[in-house]
Design a protein around this ligand. Structure first.
Ligand SMILES: CC(C)(COP(=O)(O)OP(=O)(O)OC[C@H]1O[C@@H](n2cnc3c(N)ncnc32)[C@H](O)[C@@H]1OP(=O)(O)O)[C@@H](O)C(=O)NCCC(=O)NCCS
Length: 190
């Protein structure tokens, strides 16, 4: 069975991250941008790796990078700045897996709220965030300079409450139930 692992990014992986960035976002961040995130103690850059089943010839097939997510920790807020799944692997529950991983990280860092901006037209991303309880708190007009698109501001409160950990555990159960026939999910290596 194919396996999935989530790890924190390291500088040596930046070329793979840039290739995935092209596929998911058409080149949103530069190499220096990613290296800054990797170096920053306030940023968490999580990567999702897929490893194929072992064949008789191949001892340990190289893992393929299929997902990326980034969160900044600012005072008591988790700012989700990036979330992308390789186009070939979308709509399987992997976006939820990565978002769960970022929110677990926010909880570990004892943050109280999570927020992000997303294009108002990006309905599939908004639906994904709403599944985790994010709510639209407002709009920033012409937020994206290249296209003039508006951004929806999404908020999720009460990350520090006990019931939020229970919710994360529940999401985790839903995600692993959805993925278990396709992948084995290894514990995050962070
Ligand atoms: C947004 C994105 C991360 C979602 O990843 P994903 O792995 O496909 O998401 P999941 O399979 O976990 O889907 C979770 C939920 O999101 C919503 N969703 C995801 N893809 C959708 C689609 N094509 N149409 C409608 N809803 C969709 C659904 O509510 C879905 O739940 P469901 O499958 O039970 O109906 C992915 O589409 C992506 O990388 N897009 C390009 C980059 C981007 O826009 N990132 C977000 C802004 S930073």
């Amino acid at each position: 069975m194919k396996s999935l692992t989530i790890s924190s990014a390291i500088a040596e992986q930046v070329e793979q991250i840039l290739a995935l960035d092209q596929l998911c976002f058409g080149g949103i961040w530069s190499k220096d941008g990613y290296l800054r995130e990797i170096d920053s103690p306030n940023a968490s850059l999580h990567l999702l790796w897929l490893r194929d089943e072992m064949t008789k010839e191949e001892k340990s097939p190289a893992p393929k990078l299929i997902g990326v997510g980034c969160m900044w920790s600012i005072v008591d807020e988790a700012h989700i700045t990036l979330l992308g799944i390789h186009p070939q692997y979308q709509r399987q529950g992997l976006g939820m897996l990565m978002l769960n991983s970022l929110l677990q990280e926010a909880k570990k860092r004892k943050l109280h709220h999570a927020t992000l901006e997303v294009k108002t037209s990006n309905i599939k991303a908004i639906q994904l965030y709403e599944k985790f309880g994010f709510q639209v708190a407002g709009t920033r007009k012409n937020y994206y300079p290249k296209t003039g698109d508006d951004a929806a501001i999404l908020w999720l409160n009460r990350l520090d409450q006990t019931d939020f950990q229970l919710k994360l555990d529940d999401y985790w159960q839903q995600i692993s139930d959805r993925l278990k026939n396709r992948y084995s999910i290894l514990l995050p290596k962070r």
